[in-house]
Write a protein that binds this ligand. Structure first.
Ligand code: FES
Length: 153
């Protein structure tokens, strides 16, 4: 199958990879760059487990073609902490106990960062609406919304 070379910045590091043109950003991260924090739940845009930021915008990485990301800046859960210091939303997830199995957590946190950056935090309802694409099988929604709310405050 045809492949292409793409250069992008992932968590502050310039990466150049050659990938099959059909490769998703999620597979690029997980299989080519060994960044397995972004999870593959549905691989079809329905669960949010694969959420990352591309040029500051929240995206489902399973629906994003890697070859379209020439020059893009990608931030994944692995790039969120500042060295040993967790991002405030990561800390809030711990403080609020906002996970059980943890599988959806990286996507929830990246989506929550998008929610805060875009300012959709005026009420728990607005947060819930923005985060509605991020499914949690364990049903931690109340605590997830609380963690986002607390971080935005
Ligand atoms: Fe991308 Fe489910 S794996 S939305």
């Amino acid at each position: 199958a045809p492949s292409s070379r793409v250069s992008l910045t992932v968590n502050g590091t310039r990466r150049t990879v050659t990938v099959d043109n059909r490769t998703s950003l999620l597979d690029l991260l997980r299989e080519h760059l060994d960044l397995t924090g972004s999870k593959k739940g549905c691989n079809a845009g329905a669960c949010g487990a694969c959420t990352v930021l591309v040029d500051g915008q929240r995206v489902n990485s399973c629906l994003t073609l890697a070859v379209r990301l020439e020059g893009a800046e990608v931030t994944t859960i692995e790039g969120l902490a500042d060295g040993a210091e967790l991002h405030p939303l990561q800390q809030a997830f711990i403080d609020e106990d906002a996970f059980q199995c943890g599988y959806c957590t990286p996507g929830q946190i990246m989506s929550g960062v998008g929610c805060i950056q875009e300012g959709h935090t005026s009420s728990p309802e607005e947060i819930r609406e923005y985060m509605s694409g991020n499914v949690c099988r364990c049903g931690c929604y109340v605590k997830i919304v609380r963690a986002v709310e607390q971080t935005a405050a």
